[in-house]
Design a protein around this ligand. Sequence first.
Ligand code: FES
Length: 76
Amino acid sequence: MFVCICNAVSDHQIADAVSAGARDLEDVQQVLKVSTGCGTCRSAAEAIIENTLLQTAAGRNHALHANDIAALVYAA
Ligand code: FES
């Protein structure tokens, strides 16, 4: 699911960037242009980053459920 419409960045791309070593939004923005346009996706992108970091720390490898992503995007 696209999180950042301005730059066509998906939740999976953000999670992949975190899995590859990104630790915050600024790190993710170095590889993806998420939240560099209108900025309405910022809180959703940060939530995905946080969730991926927590899952990595917990040793789990589960992606957010699509309904969770939709709730984050529409709440932003
Ligand atoms: S939706 Fe991400 S910058 Fe506009």
